[in-house]
Design a protein around this ligand. Structure first.
Ligand SMILES: C[S@@+](CC[C@H](N)C(=O)[O-])C[C@H]1O[C@@H](n2cnc3c(N)ncnc32)[C@H](O)[C@@H]1O
Ligand SMILES: [Zn+2]
Length: 282
């Protein structure tokens, strides 16, 4: 990926992309290095591991619950159910295209994927797109790095709420499957907007927050049955299930409207999910 070139004495895989980056603590520029990038403002050092830029290793609160889940053996077991949901919605590619179709089909698109996970849809993106992915789970980033292979893709370990990028850098920002449980979804949307250039498209999608409340056990007044199904049978685990239950009344539309009054809201996957689409004003 070579979005904005910048000449530096010590070359790292990030040399050509340094101008995109800024220190999340002080907004200073980052200087190149082979093992780490160093903030010219506050001197903070951000390691490069397997070419992944490590901005934040340990999250707290909801983000930590997600980080531990996606780094744990529960995730591959839960994934079976995610795949099953895609299968029921016409197959994974078709189901995900309900979201991805909102991205502009622009040659050389500079795309930021927030909560990129293992990048399952990277191979479907045009080869000339420049993709920057950020996620908090190290094992997901490792899997994404391997999946990306030779394509133009850079990866960062960090949080959606504090993006280590300068203002107005990306032509599109995408986030699938994480928004509901961000520590601060509104703050994350503000960050996505900040790093997107005027005219850029922002696409955010997740499941409906009240899905467990629609299950049969809840309707019969026996929510414990649903809890067992979600946490044990589907392998979401107790902590993630607690988090889902705590956020079942999350009002995604109101959160989004506080940042973007005219953001579009679409239902996806037969009402199981939603897609928010916005265009950054000029
Ligand atoms: C269901 S996966 C989705 C991955 C990918 N977008 C996809 O659709 O396959 C959710 C991802 O969000 C990441 N995540 C959760 N909270 C995050 C946050 N605050 N900042 C960055 N990544 C986060 C998790 O680590 C996980 O990899
Ligand atoms: Zn700094």
């Amino acid at each position: 990926m070579s979005i904005l070139p910048k000449q530096c004495a010590v070359a790292s895989p990030w040399t050509a992309d340094l101008a995109l980056l800024r220190c999340p603590s002080c907004a200073g520029s980052l200087d190149d290095g082979t093992a780490a990038l160093t903030c010219a403002g506050c001197g903070a050092s951000y390691q490069l591991r397997d070419e992944i830029l490590v901005i934040k290793e340990q999250s707290v609160e909801n983000n930590r619950v997600a980080q531990e889940f996606y780094d744990s053996p529960l995730w591959p077991k839960f994934r079976f159910w995610e795949k099953f949901t895609w299968f029921c919605n016409g197959g994974e590619r078709r189901a995900r295209n309900q979201v991805l179709r909102h991205l502009p089909q622009q040659p050389g698109l500079r795309l930021l994927d927030v909560a990129v996970g293992d990048g399952v849809y990277l191979p479907w993106m045009p080869d000339d797109w420049h993709i920057m992915g950020i996620d908090i789970a190290w094992s997901q980033l490792q899997a994404c790095r391997i999946r990306a292979g030779e394509r133009a893709c850079r990866l960062v370990q960090g949080e959606a709420e504090s993006l280590p990028f300068c203002d107005a850098q990306f032509d599109a920002v995408l986030s699938i499957g994480a928004f509901n449980y961000f520590n601060d979804p509104e703050g994350a949307l503000r960050e996505m907007t900040r790093v997107a250039r005027p005219g850029a498209t922002i696409v955010i999608s997740d499941e409906m927050p009240n899905l467990t409340g629609r299950m049969l056990g809840h309707r019969l007044g026996m929510p414990a049955i649903d809890r067992w199904i979600v946490s044990r049978l589907m392998h979401l685990g107790d902590r993630f299930t607690d988090m889902v239950e705590r956020h079942s009344a999350l009002d995604v539309r109101s959160i989004a409207a506080r940042v973007w009054p005219d953001i579009q809201y679409h239902e996806a996957w037969h009402g199981l999910g939603y897609v928010l689409v916005g265009r950054v004003p000029h």
